[in-house]
Design a protein around this ligand. Structure first.
Ligand code: ADP
Length: 160
């Protein structure tokens, strides 16, 4: 069975992420969306909230599961018995960082993991979680960027 993990912060999940999840769920038998519990990043949404939003918006994709993890990705992958990482590439500016991460993950896993890159669909090329957070903070409509469930969560967060 082919299995892959799509790791990220997903703070919050956007239509760009969802596009990558959908496309990879058609390529692999099973896809795990790995939500990074990264205390250093000071996220807008807690890990459980980010995880719950992902569960909600991937509900109709039967072979997709959502799991949060701490620490090193390669350790989590060993635990889950997965050898393929999926990452999305938006622009050339993503490339250098992603290359470095992919190569170091391969090195520290002793050549047992590989990274597969999917290029963003053109309509989402500009989209990032940080852009969504910024617009939502000022009350701008973000319904073109995130599913309705996530837009509602953003509204609640910023109206407090
Ligand atoms: P990280 O903090 O690890 O970069 P993100 O949640 O920002 O996590 O992104 C997770 C993955 O999704 C990364 O591979 C990123 O390049 C990809 N991604 C983010 N936004 C888009 C988008 N609009 N289109 C395609 N891929 C995207």
């Amino acid at each position: 069975m082919s299995r892959a993990i799509y790791p990220g912060s997903f703070d919050p999940v956007t239509y760009g992420h969802l596009d990558i999840i959908r496309r990879s769920s058609a390529m692999f038998d099973e896809v795990i969306v790995g939500v990074l519990n990264n205390s250093a990043k000071n996220p807008l949404f807690r890990t459980e909230e980010r995880e719950q939003m992902l569960v909600e918006v991937t509900e109709e994709l039967a072979n997709v599961s959502v799991i949060s993890f701490d620490g090193l990705l390669v350790d989590f992958m060993r635990e889950q018995d997965v050898a393929v990482i999926i990452r999305g590439l938006r622009a050339v500016t993503d490339f250098e960082y992603e290359l470095q991460i992919a190569q170091s993950n391969r090195k520290v896993s002793r050549e047992t993991v590989d990274t597969v890159f999917l290029t963003t669909s053109i309509e989402y090329a500009y989209l990032s979680s940080s852009i969504v957070r910024e617009y939502a903070r000022y009350g701008t409509d973000v319904s073109d960027f995130v599913p309705p469930y996530v837009a509602q969560k953003l509204k609640e967060r910023f109206s407090l």
